[in-house]
Design a protein around this ligand. Structure first.
Ligand code: GUN
Ligand code: ZN
Length: 428
């Protein structure tokens, strides 16, 4: 049986550094990850692993840092080609740039081209798992899953559902077709290889109550499935929701009233929450997904990382509302937003958000997101001196946290030496 031994510095998280501090992380200056049949078989000091596994094929990354592959807990792959579109806030940005682009995904060839381009960008940035929205077209989901399957990636996605006249006519489904198509996609893809379906109403403003209820019913039939949507991203959006759902207590209630609040729910953005909404999300054990580059780019607001005390929180790019495919850039933005709210996130917390915490938000914490025996061998290897500016700062570092923080704050795809998917090198 072929074993691969990957050597470098390692950071193995034994738990959640938010709860247990950075001491919960084991750093090896000369560490290694032993991979067997796509999984991590052992993690530890390099010399011991070498001695115990003399037959293993060795790849030595020297002083580069081996981490679990990054997990992007909320993205829109169909927005790849319109990332960094200028000058609009959420609703205008959707109407001006996003919806016309998403309409193009009726063409399976275009969907397939962008899905491949998108996943290659992710791998170049060290991201090995993503939860993506698709478009209203079931073909856009097929294209995404096919592209992920070819690359051996763990990936989650759903058909984005919109049936209300607030969305353009060329980009609408119906309550019934959203239910039927999402169900058919579930039976085609859910659990195939490393793929999972997510039930995906885009957000309350572009769905009728009938569509939300139909998707709530589908979720009740498949409670193991995740459900993803957007919640309280911008204040204008919240006012819009109020006008469209006058009977609702608040934004979250538009989901709850239709069976779309639950422990496997992923609520993207969640910036402007009322106390009742926070209480309900915490009571049911839902997860929030923080999308910091999007929140600054579209001008949405400052997420409260203090909510982590009560809720699981994942980290995400939200491309193309987010301005980068890189989870390093995303960690930097999370640091800056937290600073603006008076919290200085430790490098261990930032790395945890981009790996284990996002995996836990996606209910995959037992399979990905940590360097741990039995976990799938999705890895990223980072050069901690990838540019002159980063190198000169890292040279002053007194410990691993000081050494990695300049790469978190200033790094991008140039820092990614190698990405491994299920133990297989896919970039380097
Ligand atoms: N709210 C509803 N749809 C979207 C989207 O595509 N991007 C962002 N950032 N927010 C949304
Ligand atoms: Zn989004």
């Amino acid at each position: 049986m072929t074993e691969r031994l990957i050597l470098g510095q390692t950071l193995a998280f034994g738990g959640d550094p938010f709860a247990e501090g950075p001491e919960v992380v084991t750093h090896e200056r000369r560490g290694g990850v032993l991979v067997r049949e796509g999984r991590i078989a052992a993690v530890g000091p390099a010399e011991g692993l070498r001695a115990r596994h003399p037959e293993a094929r060795v790849t030595d990354h020297g002083a580069a840092l081996i981490l679990p592959g990054f997990v992007d807990a909320h993205a829109h792959y169909p927005q790849t080609a319109i990332i960094a579109s200028w000058g609009k806030r959420l609703i205008d940005w959707l109407n001006t740039y996003t919806f016309p682009e998403e309409a193009r995904f009726a063409d399976p060839a275009y969907a397939s081209e962008i899905a491949g381009r998108y996943l290659d960008l992710l791998l170049a940035n060290g991201t090995t798992t993503v939860a993506s929205y698709c478009t209203i077209h079931p073909e856009s989901v097929d294209a995404f899953f096919e592209a992920a399957r070819v690359r051996g990636m763990r990936a989650l996605a759903g058909k984005t559902c919109m049936d209300r006249d607030t969305a353009p006519a060329f980009l609408r489904d119906s309550a019934q077709s959203a239910y039927d198509d999402s169900r058919a996609l579930l039976s085609r893809w859910h659990g195939v290889d490393r793929l999972s379906c997510i039930i995906t109403p885009r957000f309350s403003p572009t769905s009728t109550p009938a569509q939300l209820a139909a998707l709530g019913a589908l979720w009740a039939e498949h409670p193991d499935c995740l459900m993803q949507t957007h919640l309280s991203e911008q204040t204008d959006e919240i006012a819009w929701v109020k006008s469209l759902y006058p009977e609702a207590r608040d934004y979250l209630d538009t989901y709850e009233a239709h069976g779309l609040l639950g422990p496997n729910g992923l609520y993207g953005h969640a910036i402007h929450l009322d106390p009742r909404e926070i209480d309900r999300l915490a009571e049911v054990g839902a997860a929030l997904v923080h999308c910091p580059t999007s929140n600054t780019f579209i001008g949405s607001g400052l997420f409260d990382m203090g909510l982590r005390a009560r809720l699981r929180v994942g980290l995400a790019t939200d491309t193309g509302g987010g301005s980068s495919f890189s989870m390093l850039r995303t960690m930097a933005a999370a640091y800056e937003i937290a600073q603006l709210r008076g919290i200085a996130l430790h490098p261990s917390e930032l790395l945890w958000l981009a790996t284990g915490a996002s995996a836990e938000a996606l209910r995959l914490g037992d399979r990905i997101g940590r360097l741990a025996s039995g976990h799938e061998a999705d890895l990223v290897v980072l050069d901690l001196a990838s540019t002159p500016a980063i190198a000169q700062r890292a040279a002053r570092a007194g410990d691993i946290w000081e050494a990695v923080f300049p790469t978190i704050m200033m790094g991008d795809d140039r820092a990614v030496v190698q990405t491994y998917v299920a133990g297989r090198p896919v970039r380097g």
